[in-house]
Design a protein around this ligand. Structure first.
Ligand code: DWN
Ligand code: ZN
Length: 424
């Protein structure tokens, strides 16, 4: 395809799960820059690419999907997100490795493959338990970094084709894992086929995704950005895998990233009987209105409330002579800033622990990103908590800031000011 005709944006017409095309419009955030495209200072800020961002819901299987897809080559080949080294995530990863090994009886030396394995932190937890591991990640620099630390990682997208190559070169896997990557994938049928081929007959595919029920309930609309193509429920994932000769056999809810589910999928003829929790969660989803249009209209109304109240709250504080900065520069913060219209005139800076982000500017809002040390030396009066999914951990370690009169603005479900960890 020539440069002139290549369009990295495609409109979603057909449901990637069920093939349906009866859509309910949920929210529309207009064109926004890519949430992980942190800008070099000094570069031109005028020609920042922006892509449509909105969510629709399939009335047949209730998949929530973005209205448009952006080509994964544009999104992931150069990627700034490195798996957080926060205590919350490190503990979660160790727990997840133990859970998989125990529940599905993976023996020592069992082969574990992870897609979207990033810097290899999760696979290191499996290796510590005696497993053989292999990572697959398209971000070339991350794959190289992981391989350097001893976690062999193929610099590739996972697909049925990659799966066939792994089977040939390494053998079949006991466990295939995808943490916060499955919801980023458009051709999920290809992934399901690849998973089926890659796994031993009794193997398990463990998928961790943000739980759509939590997103709706806690108004976590900022987790909507171009990388997150799908927002899954257990019901929708069950529909998907049933179409590919597989079934959901277990589900764990986890508090990470605003509420996630780890869904365990095996071949229909594998020796794992679905646990009662699978049906229980599907029933909870039904009872929560997951299959009704009204639920999505209510969500859109709550999003609108944040959209209309957050910027005035911050601007009132600034007009009162208060200094406001952002805490964290997570990708989702850029949806929040973009949707609420906050920019460098409102927030002085955003602090973030990620070296790669420091010294750059937030996409869209152009707020400079600095180090936590800079924040400690120039404490603002208020921190807008962009990384709200780590609220407890962050407020716990920012006791000095709070004791000196500092405050946090927690943006979702509805903006509020917090001065103590107990108020969360
Ligand atoms: O799916 C995805 C999720 C799981 O992770 C990706 N597409 C991208 C990413 O989303 P995110 O950027 O919203 O993730 P986090 O992990 O919520 O980002 C937190 C940010 O906050 C990081 O940049 C690190 C930073 N941070 C900090 O500066 N101080 C985090 C903590 C805990 C801190 O104390
Ligand atoms: Zn559908």
């Amino acid at each position: 395809m020539s440069q002139e005709t290549f369009d990295p944006v495609q409109q979603v017409e057909v449901c990637r799960v069920c093939g349906g095309s009866d859509w309910q419009e949920v929210v529309s955030f207009g064109p926004l820059p890519l949430a992980n495209s942190y800008l070099e200072p000094g570069g031109s800020l005028d020609d920042e690419p922006r892509y449509p961002l909105g969510v629709i819901s399939c009335r047949s299987c209730r998949l929530l999907t973005l209205t448009h897809t952006v080509d994964p080559e544009v999104l992931y080949r150069t990627y700034f997100y490195v798996t957080s080294d926060s205590d919350t995530i490190a503990t979660h990863m160790r727990g997840l490795a133990e859970l998989c090994v125990e529940r599905f009886g993976i023996p020592e030396g069992g082969f574990v493959v992870e897609l979207g394995s990033n810097t290899g932190q999760q696979l290191a937890a499996f290796r510590d338990l005696g497993m053989e591991v292999l990572g697959i990640d398209p971000a070339r620099s991350l794959a190289a970094q992981a391989t350097e630390r001893g976690i062999e990682t193929l610099p590739d997208f996972f697909s049925a084709q990659t799966a066939a190559r792994v089977v040939k070169e390494y053998g079949r896997a006991r466990l295939l894992l995808g943490r916060h990557v499955f919801a980023h994938i458009d051709d999920v049928a290809d992934i399901a086929r690849g998973a089926r081929d890659l796994l031993e007959p009794s193997g398990v595919f463990a998928i961790e995704v943000p739980y759509a029920l939590d997103m709706l309930e806690h108004n976590e609309f900022d987790t909507i950005y171009h990388e997150h193509l799908s927002y899954y429920s257990v019901s929708t994932l069950s529909t998907l895998f049933a179409r590919h000769g597989m079934r959901v056999v277990d589900v764990e809810r986890a508090a990470v990233h605003g509420g996630s589910v780890i869904v365990f999928v095996s071949r229909e003829d594998a020796p794992w009987e679905p646990r009662p929790v699978v049906a229980e969660l599907q029933e909870l989803e039904r009872a929560s209105g997951f299959f009704e249009d009204a639920t999505y209209d209510t969500f859109a109304g709550r999003v609108d409330h944040v959209r209309q109240t957050l910027a005035p709250l911050v601007r009132e504080l600034v007009a009162d002579g208060k200094r406001v900065a952002g805490y964290g520069a997570p990708a989702k913060g850029n949806t929040l800033l973009g949707v609420s219209g906050l920019n460098a005139g409102d927030l002085e800076f955003c602090i973030d622990t990620t070296d790669l982000k420091q010294g750059r500017l937030q996409p869209g809002s152009h707020i400079p990103i600095t180090s936590p040390e800079h924040g400690a030396q120039n404490p603002p009066d208020y921190y807008l908590l962009l990384a709200w999914n780590y609220a407890k951990e962050i407020l716990g370690k920012e006791r000095a800031f709070l004791e000196n009169g500092g405050r946090f603005i927690v943006p979702v479900p509805s903006p509020r000011i917090v001065s103590r960890v107990e108020d969360l």
